[in-house]
Design a protein around this ligand. Sequence first.
Ligand SMILES: Cc1cc2nc3c(=O)[nH]c(=O)nc-3n(C[C@H](O)[C@H](O)[C@H](O)COP(=O)(O)O)c2cc1C
Ligand SMILES: [Mn+2]
Length: 462
Amino acid sequence: MPKDLGGFIRLLEDRYSDHIFHVQKEIEPEFGVTRIISSLEKEGQYPVVVFDKIKGSDIPLVINMHADFRRLALALDLDPDATIEEFTEVYGSREERPVAPVLCEDAPCHEVVITGDDVDLGILPILKYHERDAGRYVTGGYSIMKDPDSGVRNAGIYRLMVQGKDRLGIQISETAHGNYIMKKYRLRGETMEFAVSIGHHPAFNLGALSFTPFEVDEFEMAGAMMGEPLRVVRCRTVDAEVPADTEIVLECEMHPDEFSPEAPFGEYPGTYGPLRNNPVVRVKAITMRAKPIYQSMFVGHPDNLLLSGVTRNSQILRTVRIASPTVRAVNMPISGRCRFICYVAMKNLIEGDGKNVAMAAFAADSFLKYVIVVDDDVNIMKDAEVLHAIATRVRADHDVFMVTGSRGSPLDPASYDPGKGSHLVTKMGIDATRKANYPEEIRVPGVDSVDLSAYLVPSVQR
Ligand SMILES: Cc1cc2nc3c(=O)[nH]c(=O)nc-3n(C[C@H](O)[C@H](O)[C@H](O)COP(=O)(O)O)c2cc1C
Ligand SMILES: [Mn+2]
């Protein structure tokens, strides 16, 4: 059986049932789902939740698939307790061995085909997420388009706002390949045909978001992560190929001169993205499985943050290892929205390497604002350990450097002019490794060889 979303959900139900819940009650599409996921989040819980019935739609909805790192490890067939270090090594080495997709004729995603006047986005359980969102949004769809010069395929998630029964608004940020491709069509005065694929195995989702160069087809990365060639099929009404085993497909076109206001929308930094005059998308066909599941992703929450973060770590790791081969691991913690802060663990053998490593991380990922380099023995999955290193190993005038006026995220709420979407930010690197003459650290001899059960008795048994 080829990998797909339903198969992964069954794996969770069979073997990891504490990772998945169903909501059987009918739920409102506007804030009904996000209220439940947010309140789970307040309790520190991040299960997958399947909503069997969203008001107005007959299609079930799944959300929060990527909100727990253990499921991302499972998606790559790793132990769910794998460390971020192991995950990044595997992800990075698979990226270096692309797996070409295979074209097939019959596809589950073509079991139902709706075209022309029958197209109605209202059949899908499309949600409204945050209070001031401008409308309902498709947040978990991969837009698949072709570069008009080279024909190379590109895939990325760009949010889609419902603006009519067959009409969507789209936000493709300037940092995405998709933006270059869209502009190439616009400059030629041509309509861009593309397709949106909604709902696949999380290994597809991880691979298709790989931080690849422009010339690389993300479908090859998806195949590399899935450990099998991605099965693709030609769309019915547009010139695009989509994953055959996806749940739902929107076949779309974008005219070069049609725009309309889009946003506000609750964005990944935890603030609203500004209203813009964005391109309009026309939906020519909806195709799907006979019994599809609609996948939603909760932007600004771990479902989105972790997926966006872990897919960038391998690129950062490769680059910082050019600066120093002694780097063990990198991690973009959730406290930094998996985007703004990067921790790097390394053996600091050569004076100055800590700062060079921080500079390399900034070069690898333009969204980074704080890079904190620590010694090899610090657990960079734990913010508290990194803060301890900063508190005890940093002399700010020596070990911190700042770069003003550099390029960051246009959504950074602390940019030089966030209201106007400025991408200019100040970056700070911190070398929090132990320096020469660092005093000896306290340690209890023999601590690693104590068998606690030989000594401790629960107090009720006394
Ligand atoms: C849940 C989720 C939502 C996202 N929404 C958007 C979006 O609305 N616009 C955008 O440009 N990028 C968005 N991204 C990030 C892009 O999908 C990501 O940067 C991708 O790698 C871009 O691919 P490309 O550079 O090949 O175009 C989102 C990512 C995730 C995980
Ligand atoms: Mn790309």
